[in-house]
Structures are given as structure tokens and as C-alpha cells.
Design a binder for this molecule. Structure first.
Ligand code: MD3
Ligand code: FE
Length: 206
């Protein structure tokens, strides 16, 4: 059940439970995507291996290696184009963006993050996209996580926002370039996903 918007900051709000009715469909699509473009642990330019496993669908994918971060139309792991963005992904992302007045919304990439207990995302900005006018829409599935919503500067103390199965967040306008991250995932069991959290993030990257 969706229970209305919880404003976080100008241009940003949590839509609690907004994706609940879509969850099984989205997860079936994630499985299909991962058969073509497997989840992998990317290397950062600094030489660390990320604890979050990633894959993508859409016209390009976000990738990282020793040379840097980029959106690549070809999956470097398979040498093929990324799987196309499922209609169900697009429909959900558009419906969520519209709730905050971001219309039309044409995301061309969906980055799919897979967390297992202990996996985390350190504080960062999303600034590899071509522009920052369009919002990012994120969909959380599976185990709950604590999201860190920082400020315009890395040193700004982040707010802690719990995100659970089915929650959707729209980050646009002045919130788009704020620092953010995810605390280490706690152990747990989710009826649909077991010991995992999946996060879909929709972007207009190209
Ligand atoms: C706030 N993923 O993939 S999505 C990422 O839960 C990423 O996997 C997180 O941060 C996750 O880059 C959080 C939410 C998100 C995405 C972009 C933002 C929040 C944001 C940009 C600005 C502010
Ligand atoms: Fe991010």
C-alpha cells in the first residue's frame, strides 16, 4: 500500500510502498537482465573492489574501472549492448517522477545495485550524467537499508533515512547533486529476496 509523499528536501521525496504492487514483476525482470548482463563487483579508480554488485539496463550502463567512471553503451564484461529497459521499469519510474511534478521523464539508464549483508556505498555524488536537470528515481526492494542523505558538501552531516521494500525515492531539483550513500546492510531475511537488497536507480545519463 502506498501512503503518500514524505518530503525530504526541495525536489526530493520518499513514496512509501509505491512499488509494492510492481515488486514481483520488477524482480522477474532483474533476473532476466542478470542472465544477459551478470551482476559484477566493479573496481574503483583507486583500486578498491566495490561491496555492492552491479548491472544495468537501458541505452548505456554505469561502469567503473582503473581508468575511471563512465556510462558505456557496451557492457565491458560481455562485449554486448546492455539489455533494454523493460516497459514495467519505465512505467514505474515515470509514474513516480510525475508525483513530484517531473514530467515528462525519459530515463535512458537503470543501474541495478545488489546488496548482501555488509555491503555499503560510501558518500558520493552522482555526477557522471550529461545533465542534472532530470531527477533520479530509486526503487528499493528486499532487505531494508539506512540511506545517508548528505548536503552539497562531503563534510555536511548526512541525515539517516530508512528505506524498505517497495519504497521509491525521487531526487530532483536542488537535491540532485547532494552527497549520499548507504550504510552497511544488516543481516536479515526477506520473503521475496532472502539475504539481499536490490536498488534500481533510473537516470537520464546520455
Ligand atoms: C540523492 N544508490 O547507485 S539510490 C547509486 O540505494 C546510489 O543503491 C543508492 O546512490 C542505493 O548511485 C541510493 C538513491 C539516490 C541516487 C541518486 C541521488 C539518491 C540520491 C542523487 C542525489 C541525491
Ligand atoms: Fe548515487
Amino acid at each position: 500500500m502506498h501512503t503518500g509523499e514524505q518530503a525530504l528536501a526541495p525536489g526530493a521525496a520518499v513514496l512509501r510502498g509505491f512499488a509494492l504492487g510492481y515488486a514481483r514483476t520488477l524482480l522477474a525482470e532483474v533476473e532476466r537482465i542478470a542472465e544477459c548482463a551478470p551482476f559484477r563487483f566493479l573496481t574503483t579508480p583507486g583500486g578498491y573492489t566495490m561491496s555492492v554488485a552491479m548491472t544495468n539496463c537501458g541505452l548505456a550502463g554505469w561502469v567503473s574501472d582503473r581508468t575511471g567512471y563512465r556510462y558505456d553503451p557496451i557492457d565491458p564484461l560481455t562485449g554486448r549492448a546492455w539489455p533494454s529497459m523493460p516497459e514495467s521499469f519505465l512505467a514505474l519510474a515515470r509514474e513516480a517522477a510525475a508525483r513530484l511534478g517531473f514530467e515528462p521523464y525519459h530515463p535512458d539508464v537503470c543501474l541495478i545495485n545488489r546488496y548482501e549483508p555488509g555491503a555499503r556505498l560510501s558518500l558520493h555524488q552522482d555526477r557522471d550524467e550529461k545533465g542534472y536537470v532530470d531527477p533520479i528515481v530509486s526503487v528499493s526492494l528486499g532487505l531494508p537499508a539506512v540511506f545517508l542523505f548528505g548536503g552539497a558538501r562531503r563534510a555536511d552531516r548526512p541525515e539517516r533515512i530508512p528505506l524498505g521494500h517497495g519504497d521509491v525515492v525521487v531526487w530532483g531539483g536542488p537535491s540532485r547533486l547532494r552527497f549520499h550513500g548507504v550504510m552497511p546492510l544488516k543481516e536479515g531475511h526477506h520473503p521475496l529476496l532472502g539475504r539481499k537488497r536490490i536498488n534500481l536507480t533510473f537516470r537520464k545519463a546520455l
